[in-house]
Design a binder for this molecule. Structure first.
Ligand SMILES: [Zn+2]
Length: 117
């Protein structure tokens, strides 16, 4: 990761603090995607598998190899500091704040940490 990309990840998407605020020079980048399963495609593949005696490997080779899912959003990359990385996070909320945080990073905002509230 070069300097320009590191600047985009300077702020934790979860707590809003700088990634080095916890003292450890480690952080996470989390790519979040939401997919919807295309049930018609799954049923077609399952039907082909059943026609071929239940052999999923042969059905995979002989089938149309179509997409089984449809992306439901643009992928979001969230930055998570090392302390927030050890806690459970709601993925949907992380997708929401992750996109905002990365957008703020592009603007090189200098949001003071902990000033809100
Ligand atoms: Zn954090």
């Amino acid at each position: 990761m070069k300097e320009a990309e590191l600047r985009k990840h300077a702020t934790c998407s979860v707590c809003g603090n700088r990634i080095l605020a916890a003292g450890m020079p480690l952080f996470w980048t989390v790519r979040i995607e939401r997919h919807g399963v295309k049930l018609d495609a799954v049923r077609r593949q399952q039907g082909l598998t059943m026609m071929l005696g239940g052999n999923a490997a042969i059905a995979a080779a002989m089938g149309a190899d179509e997409d089984m899912t449809m992306p439901m959003m643009e992928p979001v990359t969230a930055t998570v500091c090392d302390s927030c990385g050890t806690e459970m996070s709601c993925v949907a909320a992380l997708a929401e704040v992750g996109s905002n945080a990365i957008a703020q990073g592009r603007e090189h905002s200098e949001r003071p940490s902990g000033a809100e509230g």
